[in-house]
Design a protein around this ligand. Structure first.
Ligand code: HEC
Ligand code: HEC
Length: 230
């Protein structure tokens, strides 16, 4: 953990404080009672969050179980799984969609239609679910091995950092970096391409743009195949 933190701190300094604020605002514990002091940001309530994903229609695309649903399983599905994702990460993404720091037309509309309190409750709900789970694809074992090597070791000759150094060895997320193990393949593939092209640029200090810049299409597909199979 110390090593992960020092990597994170050495690469992302200023924006980390903004992230820490989002972290403080988010619920990380299901059982935590709301705190009394008005100066302390309220924790989200996962039970209210469960009701709100129906009334705010989040489940239509993300699923009640946060494993993706409906359109997510169709040919156009590029919808994120949210189950077991870090609550503070989810809160930050909703803020970024709302402000335009992360661009996506549908999600910008959704994010602007919910209050800060709704976002905290809904994030607490998805964070409380059993973690997203992928399906190993035996036909893609060779491709997946290339992805696994990049995830675990990176490529020092090209200055590619190991994804694991920030996202943790099992890719279940650590510090500022979200869970990516078991995420939907098409969603992963799109995010990785967006980081590389700069279409997505809301990571602290551009760490994800730098991480992806040297990678080829085939390497991106291999990473998506490996991560989606976890
Ligand atoms: C019409 C479909 C649709 C609905 C309804 C919808 N979303 Fe999304 N959501 C998406 C898509 C598509 C993406 C992926 C955006 C991208 O490609 O960057 C996404 C991404 C997200 C992300 C980012 C996940 C990550 O891993 O970074 C969060 C958080 C999120 N949605 C939360 C919500 C919440 C909360 C609601 C309800 C208020 C909601 N969504 C409703 C389609 C939808
Ligand atoms: C220096 C730390 C660091 C390294 C190295 C790194 N990441 Fe990330 N990654 C992050 C952070 C921080 C975020 C969250 C950005 C944000 O706030 O939106 C992130 C976000 C992501 C996302 C978006 C997840 C989602 O739900 O939308 C994916 C996918 C991802 N990283 C994959 C990778 C892969 C694959 C590698 C290796 C090639 C990698 N990362 C290397 C720190 C890192």
């Amino acid at each position: 953990m110390g090593a992960v933190l020092s990597v994170m701190l050495s690469v992302c300094c200023l924006p980390a404080s903004a992230w820490a604020a989002a972290k403080a605002a988010a619920a990380v514990k299901v059982s935590g009672a709301p705190r009394a002091s008005p100066s302390v940001p309220q924790q989200g309530n996962p039970l209210l969050g469960r009701e709100k994903i129906d009334s705010e229609r989040c489940q239509e695309c993300h699923g009640v179980d946060g494993q993706g649903a409906g359109h997510a399983n169709g040919p156009e599905g590029k919808f994120a799984k949210l189950a077991g994702q870090d609550a503070a990460y989810l809160v930050k993404q909703m803020q970024d969609f709302r402000s335009g720091a992360r661009k996506h037309d549908q999600m910008a509309i959704m994010a602007r239609s919910v209050s800060d309190e709704d976002v905290r409750d809904i994030s607490a709900y998805f964070a409380s679910l059993p973690a997203m789970k992928g399906e190993p694809d035996p036909k893609a074992a060779a491709t997946s091995a290339i992805g696994q090597r990049l995830h675990e070791q990176g490529d020092a000759t090209r200055g590619v950092l190991a994804c694991a150094s920030c996202h943790s060895p099992q890719a279940q997320g650590a510090a500022l970096a979200p869970r990516i193990a078991g995420q939907e393949w098409r969603y992963l593939d799109k995010q990785l391409r967006d980081w590389r092209s700069g279409d997505r640029k809301n990571s602290p200090d551009g760490v994800m743009n730098k991480a992806l810049a040297p990678l080829s299409d085939a390497e991106i597909e291999a990473l998506a195949t490996h991560l989606a199979s976890q």
